[in-house]
Design a protein around this ligand. Sequence first.
Ligand SMILES: *Cc1c(COP(=O)(O)O)cnc(C)c1O
Length: 227
Amino acid sequence: MTTISSNLQAIQAQIFSVAEDTGRKPSEIVLLAVSKTFSAVQVAEAFSAGQHCFGENYLQEALDKQQQLVHLPIVWHFIGPIQSNKTRAIAESFAWVHSVDRLKVAQRLSEQRPLHLPPLQICVQVNISGEQSKSGVSPEDVLDLVKALVELPNLKLRGLMALPAPSESEAEQLAAFKQVADLQFKLKQQGFDLDTLSMGMSHDFPRAIAAGATIVRVGSAIFGARH
Ligand SMILES: *Cc1c(COP(=O)(O)O)cnc(C)c1O
């Protein structure tokens, strides 16, 4: 067995056991393999080990890999910062976008989504940690963005994505993820039909699952350290 396939097995086992321990259904948690900086060969290797969803941060790198891997039915997720002049290629080449944090970008993605494709699946990126990161809408502004987003015809709003500031403390990690889950809960109470919480990475995904994550975005624990 290769390193990638044994890493995938170990992570799936961990997802399963954390879900069981925290009263979650393992089947409602999707592992998104974050393949930024890793090669098409490594993605293909993960695919043949049963991994079908891959996340990419950098558009050109992602398009190059997609071209090399057109023969594989991979579900591609865009998870990186979005420049508005890149929305057309994103709308044309991905099934999901996790990093929507402003209406202008959402409007462009909707206008530019090819009509022969299903609606683009969207998460709104929330900036839970305040000043730490420039990406993400602030919790106070989420409701307005969500209200506008659900009116856009070629997008399907699925939920929230978060990338909390790194913390060594597992309690702090859990608290940050719970804030995101709480925001999503409030939006659902207001009538928005949301089923996705994209949160948790290699170092903190067990806490994200404990707080309610339905997609964990794991890179280095699958592919090794990035250089
Ligand atoms: C790189 C990245 C990940 C994966 O990080 P790892 O620490 O390698 O698991 C997850 N989400 C986003 C948005 C990323 O940029």
